[in-house]
Design a protein around this ligand. Sequence first.
Ligand code: SF4
Length: 303
Amino acid sequence: MRDRLLEWFDAHGRSLPGRDVREPWRVLVLEVMSQQTQIDRCLRARDEFCERFPIPAALAAATPADALRAWAGLGYNRRALALRRAAQVAVERHGGTVPATIDALGDLPGVGPYTARAVAARAFGARVVPVDVNVRRVLARILGTSSVRSIQAYADALAQAPEDGASSGVFPGTPEAGNRTGGAIGARVADALMDLAASVCRPRHPRCAECPLRIACVSAFAETAQPQHVPAVPAERPFPETRRWLRGQILRELRDAPAGAWVPVEGERGSHGHVSVREAVSALAAEGFVEIDAEGRARLSET
Ligand code: SF4
């Protein structure tokens, strides 16, 4: 199955810039960014962020305000502060380097099991496969189960077999394409499954006739390949009505102000009244995003 998958990947995989990056800090930054932001937006942002903070020690020494400014446009700003704390842990416990094991990676703030596996596989060549929601859909259909444990075990098994046969060990579109010298096999399997999920094993109408894995897929051409493993999408409130929008709006205003300047944060924002705005500012202060002075003005946290 692995060789079938990688053969398909060599022929049909997307040549996304950045997939072949192996430097651990750059890998970690991209994985954290792409947790909740589209990958094409993250690639450029990662380059700019790593230019500003080329090693963990640079981010560890930065203020929260610096980290939040460098995070502009990516949303979910908690990740910026968590990544800064992760950089501090890297400095304090790992000599300023990104740790190599899944356990140590998982101990970094803001790094969950998926991100730990992704960094271990992509930067350190660990034979594990990070399973996101799309990869999970493909494997759930192949196995006919929604068991997270079974799916993860199967995914990791795909990275275990020796790299011979059809596996080239490189990424499509790279100068080394065709070279069979081996590589980050867990990351390659994950990328192949992600591309398969995007173009063949799609959420609503899987194209089983084109699928390289159909010979061992219990859902191939079956009703079960249709909607049952597709995660339900909960009904959402319009974004401007959410607390997340309000928090992002306040941070944008403070980010746009001159560095260190205190900014009055009063009045309404969209459909949010002044009480909600004050509460949001207080919550942001309690979480370390902003500081508030005696007059109730705010600024991005400088400490
Ligand atoms: S055979 Fe169909 S359902 Fe099974 S993995 Fe391929 S596209 Fe998905």
